[in-house]
Ligand binder design. Structure first.
Ligand code: MN
Length: 208
């Protein structure tokens, strides 16, 4: 049974950048539904009952039933993506990463503003529902990309790339407050990114 991560902050703590009603709906309805649907689908594949969500997403091609594979791709992706999203936000967020993540950003992109710009563009230009990602591989290299629906780099690269930060650009993530102005939401998102947490996830991927 997979469980949603617990929020480390109150649902109104990310105001004014991410509003309370969006947080409540996003966490208690959308994320909860992905989690429940994932668990229901996995009941039909008992051999996966002790697998991590990363391993399940890496090895989707092993699931022979096409309908079940699609359900697990959509809801397993949704479960994992939202765990990452809510984990890497904080009322004390914003600013820039430090340490080895900052160094790698300089190495791969030039400077922090360059990676922020690249991520923002990936998020703004993702047509329809999806995500923009900052991902890492085991060598510690970084990459910016975007995915449709609830896909992510683990699914797309069979685990070679793992996201360390994701910008949810489904309308449910911003429409109540920002309406059609996705770009304003993306700008505000960076004010609540917990770069310390992102750096921790980055180090774990490098070590794994
Ligand atoms: Mn979402």
């Amino acid at each position: 049974m997979f469980k949603q991560i617990e929020l480390k902050y109150n649902v109104n703590a990310l105001e004014p950048h991410i509003d309370e009603t969006t947080m409540i709906t996003h966490y208690t309805k959308h994320h909860a539904a992905y989690t429940a649907n994932l668990n229901a689908a996995l009941e039909k594949i008992p051999e996966l009952s002790s697998s991590s969500i990363e391993d399940i997403l890496k090895n989707l091609s092993n699931i022979s039933d096409e309908a079940l594979k699609t359900t697990i791709r959509n809801n397993g992706g949704g479960f994992h993506n939202h765990n990452l999203y809510f984990t890497t936000l904080s009322p004390n967020g914003g600013g820039q990463p430090e340490g080895e993540l900052a160094k790698q950003i300089e190495h791969d992109f030039g400077d922090f503003n360059a990676v922020k710009e690249k991520l923002s563009t990936a998020a703004a230009t993702r047509f329809g529902s999806g995500w923009a990602w900052l991902s890492a591989n085991k060598n510690g290299d970084l990459n910016v990309s975007s995915s449709p629906n609830q896909d992510n780099p683990i699914i797309e690269s069979q685990g070679e790339w793992v996201p360390i930060l994701g910008i949810d650009v489904w309308e449910h993530a911003y429409y109540l407050k920002y309406k059609n102005l996705r770009v304003d939401y993306i700008k505000a998102f960076f004010n609540v990114v917990d770069w310390k947490e992102v750096a921790k996830i980055y180090s774990n991927i490098k070590l794994s």
